[in-house]
Design a protein around this ligand. Structure first.
Ligand code: UDP
Length: 195
């Protein structure tokens, strides 16, 4: 996988099309991947917090979501082909996943938002299977129950919207238990999708 190191974080140089092809292979190989959509705020968090740095360097794929990250790669003389925005990647994955009938679990946001997000995504991508969804307002005491529920639905994709401070550490903490081919934090995307 071609990458460019940004403050030691290996950022993927794949463009959107190549990223999607790479992840299609990950799903067919059933290989767990944590995908982090890196922006400058996350890079700064990593520089200030070794635990967050560890999460970013241990992710299987870090894509250049923020234009600041794209700019940094260019400044290093090692440019990425294009920006790969998380919101766009979510849609590209669902579009491509239709032909494979991928199962998708949606985790995060409020009950109203997640319900409407599930409804709209199902309408937009009819061949996708919404394996399950759940709001993101639960504490660490409920983590195991949430993980077990997700695993029981056998998803190919897991999108987590709980804010970058908590979604990336949460996925990292449980990724070996979840073992889902595509696990990705999507921040405020469900708020946008649900309108
Ligand atoms: N969220 C959640 N659980 C929480 C906190 C936030 O599910 O405990 C959701 C929130 O509803 C929103 C998304 O996480 O849909 C992103 O939240 P926010 O924009 O506050 O986070 P940021 O991206 O600014 O870190």
């Amino acid at each position: 996988l071609p990458t460019v190191p940004i403050y030691g974080i290996p950022v993927s140089k794949l463009d959107m099309k190549e990223t999607v092809s790479y992840l299609v292979q990950a799903v067919s190989a059933r290989a767990p991947h944590q995908i982090i959509t890196a922006n400058p705020i996350m890079v700064m968090s990593a520089l200030e917090n070794p635990e967050y740095m560890n999460i970013m360097t241990s992710a299987e794929l870090v894509v250049p979501d923020g234009t600041g990250v794209v700019w940094a790669a260019e400044r290093c003389g090692n440019p990425v082909k294009e920006r790969v925005a998380g919101f766009d990647l979510l849609h590209e994955l669902l579009k491509t996943g239709e032909s494979y009938h991928w199962r998708v679990y949606l985790l995060g946001s409020t009950q109203e938002v997640i319900q409407e997000t599930a409804r709209r995504l199902q309408m937009q991508y009819p061949a996708i299977i919404i394996a399950g969804f759940r709001d993101g307002y639960f504490g660490p005491a409920e983590d195991q129950e949430v993980v077990a529920e997700i695993v029981s639905t056998k998803p190919d994709l897991l999108f987590v919207a709980r804010g970058a401070d908590s979604q990336e550490p949460w996925i990292a903490k449980y990724k070996s238990q979840l073992a889902i081919p595509i696990m990705m934090g999507v921040g405020g995307s469900f708020d946008v999708i649900s309108g």
